[in-house]
Design a protein around this ligand. Structure first.
Ligand SMILES: NC(=O)c1ccc[n+]([C@@H]2O[C@H](COP(=O)([O-])OP(=O)(O)OC[C@H]3O[C@@H](n4cnc5c(N)ncnc54)[C@H](OP(=O)(O)O)[C@@H]3O)[C@@H](O)[C@H]2O)c1
Length: 302
């Protein structure tokens, strides 16, 4: 069986390719910059270039593939790679190409809370693609709906800045309660979604065991790294103005500014069910403090 992971070098894609290779699965690993996948090629993955905005590259990526995971996105993209071109039109093209190529199962990474009336366009797009998949000719569709990945939202957009620059820039007060999940844990569930027969679920909300606000995450880094806590807050009103000004030329930046400028109760980022996920998949989901401790140790070692 040949499996395609599209978005193979991402927070989700990379651990998924590694887990598949660890089980001896024949994996094609695709993204726009295959040179970033040298470690995956070294594990025996067939690393190749593919771009959701390039139909011919998707046809090459899907040729001979039995199952695939869509783990790419363009939430922060602009120009050719703006979100509507990648996450909407691009994924619709992928669905058509996968059907024509005879792909039997498509595992789609949506997002927790995706809905037709979500206040953020990206989550509306995720929901629209869930609907398009349900109406497609694909024999099997599996939808993962994870909460915010720790690798990006806890570390990349938050704690890393405190460690490397001594300060964290937050949009708004950073007071909203959010659920975070390790993408490496999501990869373990994606592994079941890809390999189990029959598919273990049709659609699954996925989250971690802990909730925190962005300000609390920064404080956790400060405590565990022993560095002073310095938070800069961009007022929500200023973020809203930047969002309007940036939208024509940088829709990704506009989206992030607009998203974090929303009131805390505009949409929920809570998740209930981590214990059930652990029991169902025989996993121990990464705790927030464990994740942060590991990032601090890795940063010190580097
Ligand atoms: N991050 C989160 O908090 C979060 C939460 C819920 C759901 N999700 C969903 O989970 C999936 C994986 O997200 P992630 O955070 O792991 O992504 P990520 O770390 O940002 O990585 C994105 C991956 O997709 C590739 N990619 C980007 N644009 C592409 C394009 N136009 N064509 C083909 N490949 C492209 C990237 O490599 P190149 O740059 O080389 O192309 C990379 O391999 C996405 O569908 C995302 O929407 C993410």
């Amino acid at each position: 069986m040949k499996i395609l992971v599209l978005g193979a070098t991402g927070a989700l894609g990379r651990p998924l390719v590694k887990a598949l290779r660890a089980q001896g699965v024949d994996v094609r690993a695709a993204c726009r910059h295959p040179e970033a996948g040298a470690d995956l090629a070294a594990l025996g993955a067939d690393v190749m270039a593919a771009d959701l905005t390039d139909r011919a590259s998707l046809q090459r990526a899907c040729a001979g593939v039995d199952r695939l995971t869509m783990a790419a996105h363009g939430m922060l993209g602009r120009g050719r790679w703006r979100s509507d071109a990648v996450d909407d039109a691009g994924v619709r093209t992928l669905i058509e190409v996968a059907c024509d190529a005879g792909v039997q199962r498509l595992v789609y990474c949506s997002a927790l809370g995706a809905a037709a009336d979500h206040p953020v366009d990206f989550f509306r797009t995720k929901y629209a693609i869930e609907q398009a998949l349900a109406a497609s000719r694909l024999p099997q569709v599996v939808v993962l709906r994870p909460s915010a990945f720790m690798e990006h939202h806890v570390h990349g957009f938050n704690g890393l800045s405190l460690l490397s620059k001594g300060k964290v820039d937050l949009i708004g007060p950073g007071s909203k309660t959010r659920n975070f999940v390790a993408a490496s844990d999501v990869a373990q569930i994606a592994l079941h979604a890809l390999l189990d027969d029959p598919a273990p679920f049709a659609r699954l909300d996925i989250g971690g065991p802990d909730h925190a606000s962005n300000a609390e995450v920064a404080a956790l880094y400060s405590r565990l790294a022993g560095v002073p806590l310095k938070l800069n807050h961009l007022p929500r009103g200023a973020a809203r103005i930047i969002a309007v000004l940036a939208r024509p030329f940088n829709p990704g930046l506009a989206r992030i500014m607009g998203l974090f400028a929303l009131p805390d109760d505009a949409f929920s980022e809570r998740f209930v069910g981590a214990a059930e996920l652990e029991a169902r998949f025989g996993l121990r989901l990464t705790r927030l403090d464990e994740f942060v401790r590991a990032q601090v140790q890795a940063w010190r070692a580097a």
